[in-house]
Design a protein around this ligand. Sequence first.
Ligand code: KG4
Ligand code: ZN
Length: 337
Amino acid sequence: MNILGIETSCDETAAAVYTTKRGLCSNVLFSQVDEHYRFGGVVPELASRSHIEKIGPIVEEALHKASYTLADMDVVAVTNRPGLPGSLLVGLCYAKALAYAAGKRLIGVNHLEGHIASVYLEHDVPFPHLCLTASGGHTALYRVDGYGIYTVLGQTADDAAGEAFDKVARLLGYGYPGGAQIEALAAQGGFKDYRHYPRMRHRGTSFSFSGIKTAVLYDLVARGYYDMHEKRLSNNTLENTIEVASSLLVAVGDIFIDRLSVALAQSPVRAITFVGGVAANQYLAQRIGALAAQKGCSFFYPSRAYCTDNAAMIAFVGHYKALQGQYDNWLLDLKHR
Ligand code: KG4
Ligand code: ZN
């Protein structure tokens, strides 16, 4: 079974080929990060236009790198939800047209199921396991019982964890995305908790990150490091920036550990996985790994290339759905399933 995977849910135009015989054969991506950098976040209209320009060449490159042609593919698997509607539509319309014209089957893939599966590209993860997905758009905790069989245990009521990093990085004068910058600054602060931002415990297995971003803002304002009228830093020091970044990262780490501990107490599992763009964070991965070891579970997280958005994970989901006979018809839209 040969699968062409396509992903355009946010600001990455991506295509990959996954086959039963060879596994992952290619994984190609164009990141729009430079196009959005100066706006401090993803501009949906720009994202859609960029996807339109890039999708054709990216798909061709993925097939070429895999040493296949479209004729060799059995299925086109495409992210059809959730994400920016304009961006999703580009990938979905392209995939449908391609599959229809070439006589291939079509499979719509949930982007979040893609993230859950991203760790299977490199690791044999035992079921059941807990999966913590944290990215710029999503933060959720799942119990996963098999390929494509999962239950949402909790999600964020407002901002995603990556969004909190991005927003605080922006407050501190850094560009988008800011997660890696926060990690680098926090390392300089020795991953210590200087400012004691709220953990919002007692939320069971659900998350909320907008409060922590506001707490950072008020903390900066109260100490005279941020001018609310001018909406910019004033009299800030690098030392303060380091302390704020370090405290934020420790607080997010505490929140993750707290929610995972609650979930582990509710339903015992054999492993924990940590996926999504935020899983590129070594400090957070290390803390979750320590919790897993303490609870007698194994722990897995993807390589950086599979943490952030990619089409390899979409092709992988397409592959097991094809083996399960879960195909979609030409009415596939952005709400399906
Ligand atoms: O999965 P992803 O590429 O896109 C979404 O689906 O959102 O995740 C991007 C997010 C951004 O918020 C970025 O700041 C965050 O992942 N991120 C990190 C790190 N690297 C990327 N957050 C914390 N530490 C990192 N090292
Ligand atoms: Zn994502």
